[in-house]
Design a binder for this molecule. Structure first.
Ligand SMILES: C[S@@+](CC[C@H](N)C(=O)[O-])C[C@H]1O[C@@H](n2cnc3c(N)ncnc32)[C@H](O)[C@@H]1O
Length: 194
């Protein structure tokens, strides 16, 4: 079987077109796969309480809703303005949650975090952009803080595959692998900042 030709970049316009055609293109709100993956994501976090969480690529905020109760403060961001508005509406009233339009790596926020979650967002980046994200995460993660990454492992035409994303993060000497969970369809890793 021939593998699909990879896109060199997946930019904001690509996601904007996707969301214009369908408000929930991946069925985040209704699919059993997503629900179970979200619950496992939360279950795999080594701590029950975080001071400051950052979730780039939050889409409509389905995972953010589960992360919010564990974090004193949670910053959820997405590159697409319309989904940021929807996430903000969905998460309104949850204490400590802020939703902003930002792209990674260039819009990586100032400040420090003890939790960063990359859920199905890393493979849209180029290798160089992902390396910038890993460097930014290393700079902003407090010692003992966690970087959790979870990605679908099927064949994509995105710049990277889910397992490439995890392999690149795993090369970082300042991160120690704390949790590993593999399934047929996705893999999850959680690293602790040394
Ligand atoms: C497949 S969805 C994953 C949504 C959510 N993290 C989840 O697991 O349910 C990827 C999301 O990442 C956003 N995104 C893609 N590239 C991004 C970037 N460079 N910076 C911020 N958000 C990005 C897209 O707009 C989209 O909403």
């Amino acid at each position: 079987m021939t593998e699909p030709r990879r896109k060199e970049r997946v930019d904001a316009a690509w996601f904007e077109r996707l969301y214009a055609k369908d408000p929930d293109p991946w069925r985040f709100a209704t699919s059993d796969y997503e629900r179970r993956k979200y619950e496992l994501t939360v279950a795999c976090l080594p701590r029950r309480r975080y001071r400051a969480g950052f979730e780039p690529g939050c889409s409509i905020g389905e995972l953010s809703r589960l992360l919010a109760p564990l974090c004193d403060r949670l910053l959820a961001t997405d590159i697409v303005a319309s989904v940021v508005e929807r996430a903000a509406a969905a998460l309104r009233g949850l204490p400590g949650v802020r939703v902003e339009q930002r792209a990674i790596p260039e819009g990586w926020p100032e400040g420090t975090f003890d939790l960063v979650v990359l859920s199905e967002v890393g493979y849209y980046l180029t290798g160089g952009e992902l390396d910038e994200v890993i460097a930014a995460a290393n700079r902003s993660l407090e010692p003992g803080g966690h970087l959790l990454a979870v990605h679908w492992t099927g064949v994509t035409d995105y710049p990277l595959d889910g397992s490439d994303v995890h392999a690149r993060i795993g090369r970082s000497e300042s991160l120690r692998l704390a949790v590993r969970h593999d399934e047929a369809e996705f893999e999850l890793r959680c690293w602790e900042r040394r």
